[in-house]
Design a binder for this molecule. Structure first.
Ligand SMILES: [Zn+2]
Ligand SMILES: [Zn+2]
Length: 264
């Protein structure tokens, strides 16, 4: 039996590096773990640097002047390991309405192959709500859904990472109404939703069972995302088997490999 059948995954597009200030290990360690796990496609998508206005410094992402080293390091490793695994260079980015265009312009000079959307904040981070913070405020939920959708509608993202990150603990009907509307609106875009294996492995509030039931009912597909912040996160066979079982139960097909855009 191959490692994939045992619980490895064919492609993972969600891998961090030390530059985000909360991940461990070298890029080489992630790559070698992925190879040992039988992975065929490994995409790095570290937290993007963001061209914020003067005065706002984010502690959980690389700085603008680190993007060069990020791309250079991965470009060299991509070449070195080309016979062993397919490596891609991406970024995990929020859709921040006031700064997203500037981010795209900034990235034009770099060999970035794709973005995944991780909507960690509403609005523009410095004037919004942290999506993982518990709230009973329907407006926060509505803002999160609207922004996630607006981002996906730009067509600039490969997929929506941890779509159920928003930690709404108000009444179930309100959650249901907003998330169903989000899923219905996402469906025609034809992009998968990420089932986040980090949240799943660490028993975080996401993935949310109700969300994935709705996703299944609305006919969406899923991609498994390791969201690796340490090399070992690229090979967790039991977690992967369990995730597959849950998605199957909710009627959500898993997309094994994604087609990358020709430019971002
Ligand atoms: Zn994220
Ligand atoms: Zn991530």
């Amino acid at each position: 039996m191959s490692r994939i059948e045992e619980g490895g995954i064919f492609a993972n597009y969600h891998t961090h590096t030390w530059r985000c200030n909360h991940a461990q290990g070298t890029e080489r360690e992630y790559i070698e773990t992925a190879i040992r796990a039988g992975m065929r496609v490994l995409g790095f998508a570290d937290h993007t640097p963001y061209p914020f206005p003067e005065g706002h410094v984010s502690g959980f992402r690389m700085r603008l002047n680190q993007l060069d080293d990020y791309c250079k390091t991965l470009t060299d490793l991509k070449r070195e390991y080309q016979n062993d695994i397919e490596i891609h260079i991406g970024l995990e980015a929020e859709y921040y309405p006031s700064h997203f265009e500037a981010l795209l312009r900034y990235c034009e000079d770099y060999p970035i192959e794709y973005f995944v959307q991780g909507q960690h904040f509403t609005h523009n981070e410095y004037d919004g709500w942290y999506s993982g913070r518990e709230t009973k405020d329907e407006q926060v939920l509505a803002d999160y859904c609207a922004q996630a959708l607006e981002g996906q509608r730009t067509g600039r993202f490969l997929y929506l990472a941890h779509p159920d990150l928003i930690h709404y603990t108000g009444d179930a009907q309100t959650y249901e109404r907003h998330m169903r509307a989000l899923c219905k609106a996402l469906k025609p875009l034809g992009r998968p939703l990420e089932f986040n294996l980090l949240g799943f492995a660490e028993h975080r509030p996401y993935p949310v069972k109700r969300f994935w039931e709705i996703a299944g009912e609305e006919g969406l597909t899923a991609v498994l995302g390791c969201d690796a912040h340490q090399p070992e996160a690229l090979y967790r066979p039991q977690i992967v088997q369990e995730a597959k079982r849950i998605l199957e139960k909710h009627g959500v097909p898993i997309v094994r490999e994604l087609e990358l855009p020709t430019h971002v």
